[in-house]
Design a protein around this ligand. Structure first.
Ligand code: SF4
Ligand code: SF4
Ligand code: SF4
Length: 702
């Protein structure tokens, strides 16, 4: 069944709503409320217009919606309007209700009709229907909130709703039918009920629903004093006791006048806590054949009747204060009528019957159950919703009513239909508070640990900074070392190469030294041989010298002899002289030779000695050259090993440089990460501190 949109009759001032959920508690249907958002909103298609949320909201967040503004505007414009005034007016404007007519007449309202008269006709409609159809029961329907409730929530009761108009619609139809001079007039209803708008929308009758509350406010805002206004009476015949229709039981009293004793077969019931559960009950009993329902159900939405109706603002005025003026008016009317008919109602009823016509006041109803698209959770779904509400066992189903539904199941159903949320459940809030308390303790611990971790992190950060410096230095050193090592290795290789080349030279040197030593040895031997030869010569010279001396001696002797020999010896003396000169010359030459030989021997001796020394030095030098050669060999070997190892060093240095670069990259990453970690820790600290701050209201309570 399709949804039929209904006119909103409640306005919400979201600024003033404090989410107390009193409106849900007070709402008889509950599922018209949407508490899933920040504020409690209304789905007008499910609202029956009972007005109770206005009464129970102590935060002025709920206001009625009516047509007061458009009525005054259209009246001012000159629209032709007649007024239909509900009997509650005598209660809301005590002693001044006819002056109100006077004021409105002064503004241009042409005529005034008393809904009490329509109520008299309504009772006739009911009784005629009962007489004609003998129904199982008749649910009176003067109250549009009850009609909407049945249409939306219990359409199975529609057949039991009196198929007759409300007193207001009776009045309007009466005007249209029996007061043709006003047939084209717009009708303003001075009403005690916000839900009348719904009735007008459904039937197409009635242009303005002007609530008495709004009217009072208008008069106050405009500083209008009714006491100074003339009284203007209602058009048409006087209503009798139906002027009490606005009080609970008013219908019954009126019906009693027609059918004495009907009271015994009537259920009089009013007020939200009673009427809606009662209607639900009878709806459930419909199929039980043996259940005896009352013939007439005289029911009203408002506990104090229409005198304290949703459009009066009088719901908290004491009942007797409300009904006093009504009773007084009723008595006055009864008196007037009694004097007219001399205690005989027949004439009065005839007058009424002249305003009643079969079929004129018939009423049908709409089935609005299509507006109710409420899904009911299965047991499994219910359990899941309860889990979201932190209800894990039966003891968590408080049914405390704080959410407004009166039961946890009702709330769960609302959540299931997305018109409420777990956060609005009292148990949930308590559970969260408990968790919060636990969380706060955890938070405190967390805060401490975060502080501790932050300190460590700061330490790490400064270490990382130091590491950064060290890494830079190390990288620099590695670079420098690489370059120096490279140079060194080149030098080693060059040196090694040069040493190998020099080794050849040294080998040659050794060979040369060895050869020199050999030559020296040979020289020494030669010198020794010469020395020996020179010695032999000196010996021979000595012999020659001795021979020469002897020869000289002999020649002297020969000369002496030759001298002795005279002339004969002259030749011999010459010869002997020559021999002596020869021997002397020989001796002199021998001496010179000897001297020379001595010098030669001395020279040889010196040469021999020097050769010996030179030989010794050459031997020493040779030894040292050998030593150098050996050292050189060792050096070359070492250089060779160094050269071989240098490749490994180069590779290692390259590796070290790579590692150093990786370290630098890693360091940058570590730095970024530690900075991120540090920021995260700071955020965590903030969060932890924030979490530790109790909400203002709790803080104030602590
Ligand atoms: S007027 Fe009545 S039905 Fe409508 S939201 Fe308010 S309490 Fe509920
Ligand atoms: S009664 Fe309803 S509208 Fe009023 S403050 Fe409470 S939740 Fe809001
Ligand atoms: S415990 Fe929660 S769901 Fe149950 S009635 Fe209370 S507030 Fe509503």
């Amino acid at each position: 069944m399709a949804k039929i949109p209904l006119t909103p009759v409640i306005r919400i001032d979201e600024q003033k709503c404090v989410n107390c959920y009193a409106c849900i508690t007070g709402c008889p249907v509950k599922f018209c409320m949407d508490a899933s958002k920040e504020k409690v909103l209304i789905d007008p298609d499910l609202c029956i217009g009972c007005g109770n949320c206005i009464s129970v909201c102590h935060h002025e967040a709920r206001h009625l919606v009516d047509d007061t503004a458009s009525f005054f505007s259209d009246l001012k414009r000159g629209d032709k309007i007649v007024a239909v005034v509900a009997p509650a007016v005598a209660s809301v404007f005590p002693g001044q209700h006819l002056k109100l007519n006077g004021y409105l007449k002064s503004l241009g309202v042409e005529a005034f009709f008393d809904v009490s008269l329509g109520a008299e006709l309504t009772v006739i409609s009911y009784l005629n229907y009962i007489k004609a159809k003998n129904p199982r029961m008749v649910i009176a329907q003067p109250c549009p909130a009850i009609v909407s409730y049945i249409e939306i929530y219990h359409p199975e009761l529609i057949p039991y709703l009196a198929p007759a108009d409300s007193p207001m619609l009776h009045t309007i139809k009466m005007i249209r039918e029996y007061f043709p001079q006003y047939r084209d007039y717009k009708i303003v209803v001075i009403s005690p009920c916000i839900a009348k708008r719904r009735e007008f929308d459904e039937t197409g009758l009635g242009e303005y629903n002007v609530t008495m509350f709004a009217l009072k406010k208008y008069l106050k805002d405009q500083n209008i004093d009714l006491s100074s206004k003339p009284e203007v009476a209602y058009t048409g015949i006087l209503a009798e006791r139906a002027v009490q229709f606005s009080s609970p039981g008013g219908l019954l009293d009126t019906a009693e006048r027609f059918v004495p004793g009907i009271r015994r077969n009537t259920r009089k019931i009013e007020g939200l806590p009673n009427i809606y559960p009662y209607l639900t009950e009878i709806a459930e009993l419909l199929n039980e054949k043996d259940v005896e329902f009352p013939l007439l159900i005289d029911c009203l939405n408002c506990e104090k009747g229409c005198n304290g109706g949703s459009g009066t603002g009088n719901h908290s005025v004491p009942l007797d204060k409300l009904e006093g003026p009504i009773r007084k008016r009723s008595e006055e009317h009864e008196k007037q009528i009694a004097s007219q008919k001399k205690k005989n109602y027949e004439k009065y009823h005839e007058q009424l019957n002249r305003l009643w016509k079969r079929g004129l006041y018939d009423r049908s109803y709409r089935n609005l159950s299509g507006n109710l698209v409420l899904k009911h959770p299965s047991d499994t779904e219910l359990t899941e919703i309860y889990r979201k509400m932190k209800k894990y066992d039966k003891s968590h189903l408080y049914d405390c009513g704080a959410c407004g539904y009166g039961s946890c199941k009702g709330m769960a159903t609302a959540i299931f239909n997305c018109i409420n949320k777990p956060e609005n459940c009292a148990h949930y809030t308590l559970a969260v508070l408990k968790e919060k308390k636990d969380t706060e303790e955890l938070n405190r611990a967390l805060h401490e640990h975060i502080g501790y971790a932050s300190n460590i992190l700061e330490g790490i950060n400064s270490l990382v900074d130091e590491l950064h410096t060290v890494i830079d230095l190390q990288a620099e050193a590695v670079e420098r070392s690489s370059s120096i090592t490279g140079q060194m290795i080149t030098a080693i290789k060059d040196t090694s190469k040069a040493s190998i080349e020099k080794q050849e030279d040294i080998k040659e040197l050794i060979e040369n030294a060895s050869q020199s030593q050999e030559s020296m040895r040979e020289t020494i031997q030669s010198v020794e041989g010469i020395s020996q030869s020179v010695g032999g010569i000196a010996q021979a010279i000595k012999i020659i010298s001795a021979i020469a001396a002897n020869t000289n001696l002999l020649s002297m002797n020969a000369a002496i002899e030759a001298a002795h020999a005279g002339e004969a010896g002259r030749g011999f003396a010459v010869v002997s002289g020559e021999i002596r000169r020869l021997s002397e010359s020989t001796r002199e030459n021998s001496q010179n030779i000897s001297k020379t030989l001595k010098n030669i021997i001395n020279g040889i001796s010196v040469t021999s000695k020097q050769s010996g020394d030179t030989n010794g030095r050459i031997t020493e030098m040779s030894k040292e050259i050998n030593g150098i050669a050996e050292t050189m060999t060792n050096l070359i070997n070492t250089l060779s090993e160094l050269s071989t190892g240098s490749d490994e060093i180069t590779a290692a240095l390259k590796n070290l440089r790579n590692q150093s670069n990786v370290m630098k990259t890693n360091y940058a990453e570590i730095l970024t990460k530690t900075n991120q970690l540090h920021s995260a820790m700071l955020e965590l600290t903030d969060l932890s501190e924030h979490n530790q701050t109790p909400p203002a209201i709790l803080a104030a309570a602590q």
